[in-house]
Design a protein around this ligand. Structure first.
Ligand SMILES: C[S@@+](CC[C@H](N)C(=O)[O-])C[C@H]1O[C@@H](n2cnc3c(N)ncnc32)[C@H](O)[C@@H]1O
Length: 188
């Protein structure tokens, strides 16, 4: 097992409730998520719960040089790794805080709307009121036509996203441990 996977496993066991998985997303899952981004409309992209940044690399491949990628992560060990991994990419801003506080940072940075939210937060492990607060904030900040993209391992929360966003597409990605679902909702 590689060092990267061992580090992820250690952080997962220390913080199982907030991490919600024991392995980083496979490249198949990362690609399926990043493909939801249209590079031409992605000016402001926000990633929630990037872990050690495995999906972040795939997101950045889809972004133009003048795009902005804001990252919210609450695990200090992951935040340190993210700083090392992305220190030379001027598009990336790493925020060591919970996604529920996103509005404060958007106001400070003069961000009026977000084109894509990409989330790996394990909402199923969170109190429903917190999950609702974060996803409702995503809907509030999304531009019309913008997308909220989330992955899950079980279909238990699909009704939740349908209720918040009013629409939802689901793709299955079998080549992941465990197999995953990619949920994509659009602000209409
Ligand atoms: C399942 S891991 C996803 C890691 C990575 N995106 C991947 O696909 O392998 C979930 C991540 O969400 C983070 N997280 C949990 N609650 C959060 C919150 N309220 N705000 C920001 N990040 C959060 C955890 O610390 C963890 O790194």
């Amino acid at each position: 097992m590689g060092q990267q996977r061992l580090d992820f496993l250690r952080e997962s066991f220390r913080n199982l409730r907030s991490t919600g998985s024991v392995a980083p997303s496979s490249r198949f899952l990362c690609r399926a998520i990043a493909e939801k981004i249209d590079p031409l409309r992605a000016k402001v992209v926000v990633e929630l719960g990037p872990g050690d940044g495995v999906i972040t690399h795939f997101i950045l491949k889809r972004l133009q040089p003048d795009a902005l990628l804001l990252i919210f992560e609450i695990n200090e060990a992951f935040v340190k790794k993210l700083h090392v991994a992305f220190q030379h990419d001027k598009r990336v801003v790493i925020i060591y805080d919970s996604a529920e506080n996103m509005g404060r940072y958007f106001d400070e940075m003069g961000i009026k709307q977000v084109d894509y939210f990409i989330s790996g937060i394990p909402f199923i492990m969170l109190p429903e009121v917190l999950a609702e607060r974060i996803t409702s904030a995503c809907l509030h900040w999304l531009a019309v036509g913008g997308r909220f993209v989330q992955f899950h391992y079980f279909p238990l929360m699909l009704h939740f996203y349908k209720r918040i966003f009013g629409n939802m597409d689901v793709d299955v990605v079998p080549l992941n441990i465990p197999p995953a679902l990619v949920v994509c909702c659009e602000k209409r």
